[in-house]
Design a protein around this ligand. Structure first.
Ligand code: B1M
Length: 210
């Protein structure tokens, strides 16, 4: 029964059926399946499959966004119960698109995939300058600062942000990504990690908090 229900949650999430995922999560809770199990074997497992398919170009941005929306409606049921049960997020990620850059579709996708993988996401939005990242790290003590840039002209803002974080003496990992970036650029600016796409961002984050 429990395995069947979790399978139904995965199947409906992968089809982006938000209402069904929400109802099935509620049914799973009512049936007595532990909330952590519904999260890990239902929602997170399904998002991981979507992430892998996205990486292989078997599904595209719209499907990922629709699946993430379905995941969010399931999370609406689980979140308060996870809090009550004292279940900790895998890690906390402060994410933002860097100064001068207003592109947020990729950044949002990365945030959704990370959330789907069990991270708490603090979204700082777009056009985020170094001072705002530093302030967020001081206030929220995240494990990872994740920066996105889509313009060659804003890649330099990542370097400035990493330098500002280091100068402030804050102990936080930094991850960068976005279409114009390369791994060698990420290394040059002193980032702790680089991910070419949203699914890889989860792998990189997992490596950082392990
Ligand atoms: Co703009 N834009 N845009 N744009 N735009 C590009 C990026 C561009 C390549 C188009 C082109 O000329 N061919 C070009 C940049 C050229 C360059 O510098 N290399 C460009 C330009 C020039 C501009 C303006 C300057 C245009 C102008 O006004 N003259 C202007 C800049 C505004 C600003 O930011 N200050 C501008 C404006 C806009 C819109 C507002 C109209 C809109 C953005 C809407 C929004 O985001 N809310 C827009 C869009 C939509 C695009 C394109 C068409 C699509 C970008 C996108 O969302 N892709 C883009 C051309 C293109 O890519 N075909 C273009 C889908 C998204 C899922 O992919 O963001 O790459 P992406 O994210 C991926 C990975 O990169 C990675 O994972 C994601 C999922 O796999 N990733 C990370 C991203 N962040 C990550 C962070 C990580 C890890 C992975 O870790 C932290």
């Amino acid at each position: 029964m429990s395995a069947e229900l979790l399978g139904e949650i995965r199947e409906n999430l992968s089809k982006g059926k938000a209402n069904e995922v929400q109802a099935l999560c509620q049914k799973a809770v009512d049936t007595g399946i532990p909330v952590e199990k519904i999260l890990s074997d239902g929602l997170i497992a399904a998002m991981a499959v979507i992430g892998e398919k996205f990486k292989k170009n078997e599904v595209y941005v719209p499907e990922v966004l629709i699946a993430a929306r379905a995941m969010n409606s399931g999370m609406g049921v689980l979140k308060p119960l996870l809090k009550q049960a004292g279940v900790e997020a895998k890690g906390v990620v402060c994410i933002g698109t860097v100064k001068g850059d207003l592109h947020d579709i990729g950044k949002n996708l990365v945030g959704m995939m990370l959330e789907g993988a069990g991270y708490e996401i603090i979204d700082l939005g777009v056009n985020v300058d170094a001072a705002k990242f530093v302030e967020a790290v001081k206030e929220k003590s995240p494990d990872i600062v994740a920066m996105s840039a889509l313009l060659t002209t804003t890649m330099g803002a990542m370097k400035a942000t990493i330098e500002a974080i280091k100068e402030s003496g804050l102990n936080v990992k930094t991850m960068v990504g976005g279409a114009p970036l390369t791994e060698s650029f990420a290394n040059d600016i002193g980032a702790d990690g680089y991910a070419p796409d949203a699914a890889s961002a989860v792998e990189v984050a997992d490596g950082m908090v392990a």
